[in-house]
Design a protein around this ligand. Structure first.
Ligand code: PGA
Length: 246
């Protein structure tokens, strides 16, 4: 298994003090032989934690960006602004943004193009609802999300996050993850040809210290996107330790 990547999605949590304490605990507890690790704090904490992270092996990510470099977009943050802060990764199309902000595949695709142009690595999220899983249409849904959300020549990361597994404490089973991962790989190759083989696919949805070893040993799982458990240094570091650093 090749070197994995563990991404912490802090979502809308914590004060600056919390962010600094968490980053310090992660840096001091990081195992000597660690996989790639990226944390994604809220926008307001990025500049604060950047110096400490820059001096460590842990990367800095953001949770969203706009599709334009600048302009009249009240309340938005551009990929250029993120790159300017030392951000290297950006989560795009998270299901919470798709649901709460009406983001469509097309919007996500435009953001992925803009992020890449700014030198950021986009982490594009896809995932089906519980009804889509139960009705069996989830493969169609995921295929369409790949087609709609990933631009031509996509060289970023895909995060497969079944919506029913996010924040519920009920991760998908290893069988469900393994089956869906091989479907996603086949779909990426079908849509992107040879380049589709190289796109990393993360699993996200209730990854925690207890299930990390089994989730991260599933073939095709190139790492994890971790929400709730990324807010606790001990839990996040256990997940990091469960990942391949080779
Ligand atoms: P969770 O969130 O780990 O709390 O389920 C994952 C995510 O939304 O990225």
């Amino acid at each position: 298994m090749s070197r994995q990547i563990i991404v912490g999605n802090w979502k809308m949590n914590g004060t600056r003090q919390d962010a600094q304490a968490l980053v310090q605990a992660l840096i001091s507890g990081l195992p000597a032989s660690a996989p790639d690790v990226v944390v994604c704090p809220p926008f307001t904490q990025l500049a604060l934690v950047e110096p400490a992270l820059a001096a460590s092996p842990i990367g800095l990510g953001a949770q969203d960006c706009h599709k334009d470099v600048s302009g009249a977009h009240t309340g938005d943050i551009s990929p250029l602004m993120l790159a300017d802060l030392g951000v290297t990764h950006v989560i795009l199309g998270h299901s919470e943004r798709r649901q709460e902000h009406g983001e469509l595949d097309e919007t996500v695709r435009e953001k992925a193009v803009a992020a890449t142009k700014a030198g950021l690595t986009p982490i594009v999220c896809i995932g089906e609802t519980e009804e889509q899983r139960e009705s069996g249409e989830y493969e169609d849904v995921l295929g369409w999300q790949i087609k709609g959300s990933l631009p031509d020549g996509f060289a970023g990361i895909v995060a497969y996050e079944p919506i029913w597994a996010i924040g519920t404490g009920l991760a998908a089973t290893t069988d469900q993850i393994a089956q869906t991962m091989s479907f996603l790989r086949a779909e990426l190759v079908r849509q992107f040809g040879e380049a589709g083989k190289a796109i990393k696919i993360l699993y996200g949805g209730s990854v925690n210290a207890g299930n990390a070893v089994s989730v991260l040993s599933i073939p095709e799982v190139a790492g994890a996107l971790v929400g709730g458990a990324s807010l606790k240094a001990d839990a996040f570091l256990s997940i990091v330790s469960a990942a391949s650093a080779a």
